[in-house]
Design a protein around this ligand. Structure first.
Ligand code: ZN
Length: 267
């Protein structure tokens, strides 16, 4: 549960040469696909037609999106802001280890769970908010473990970080990440992909503000292996835009930053 989601692969980031809004304008195809239950995939970007003139997301819109606290980027190179404070609420299943999410995300999850249940699909929240203190204990224990094996402190830290994210670098620390499972498949592994719960999430999670954070085909960018169980709350409007863009979160943030800075992308 606490293991790092990071794969050790270091691959060149893909270059993205189109605007987010161009994707939105032309994104009906991917939207229709995602509504039909297809797995959101970063590779969808290559199927988008070229940008149409006058269809760019404005710099102001991009800045507003980036300033939205629900859009915070947390990964192994982006530490969670130190001063981030929030309330949490319980929404986990009986077997969950970390049962809470940030209150807004928990409410969204509970609404999503209810909607799924109404359609005969059970979705459980298995691991949510993990405090930085708890993350620190997990990480330090791992470092100690490797030190006891005779590694230097620097080596031990490097090795530990490959298994447990250092404190503040796990998306679970910001209370917006939820590992989901279902009675059909309780393990947090790729087997979750073959469940009615996962198919339902692919079709409906964006309506409740959740996106699949580590899609298939985005591993080179996220440096995290495909995780059908890990969903990230960003708010409904943002989730819809992100899904239609076909970009993984890292690529979307990078593109938004370029647009926010006034860069004209594909006219
Ligand atoms: Zn996770």
């Amino acid at each position: 549960m606490y293991r790092s989601h990071r794969s050790r692969r270091r691959v060149l980031r893909r270059l993205v040469g189109f605007t987010l809004f161009a994707c939105l304008a032309a994104g009906g195809i991917s939207y229709a696909l995602s509504r039909g239950g297809a797995v959101p995939s970063a590779s969808a970007v290559s199927t988008f037609p070229a940008a149409r003139s006058g269809s760019s997301l404005s710099a102001a819109d991009a800045r507003a999106m980036l300033a939205d606290p629900r859009m915070v980027l947390v990964n192994h190179t982006h530490k969670m802001p130190e001063d981030l404070t929030f309330t949490t609420k319980e929404c986990g299943s009986a077997t969950a280890i970390n049962k809470t999410l940030r209150t807004e995300a928990a409410d969204a999850f509970l609404a999503m769970q209810k909607a799924a249940a109404a359609q005969g699909v059970t979705v459980w929240m298995q691991s949510g908010y993990r405090s930085v203190e708890y993350q620190t204990v997990l990480y330090n224990n791992k470092v100690k473990h490797f030190c006891s094996k005779g590694l230097s402190e620097a080596e031990a830290k490097q090795k530990a970080a490959a298994i447990v994210n250092p404190p503040g670098y796990s998306e679970h620390n910001c209370g917006l990440a939820a590992d989901l499972n279902s009675p059909e498949h309780t393990a947090l592994d790729e087997g979750f992909e073959d469940t009615a719960a996962f198919r339902w999430l692919c079709a409906h999670a964006e309506e409740y503000g959740f996106i699949l954070r580590y899609p298939k085909d985005a591993e080179a960018v996220t440096e995290i292996t495909y995780e059908p169980w890990h969903w990230r709350y960003v708010g409904r409007e943002n989730a819809v835009l992100l899904n239609r863009s076909g970009l993984c979160f890292e690529d979307a943030i990078a593109l938004l930053q370029r647009i926010a800075a006034g860069e004209k992308i594909n006219g």
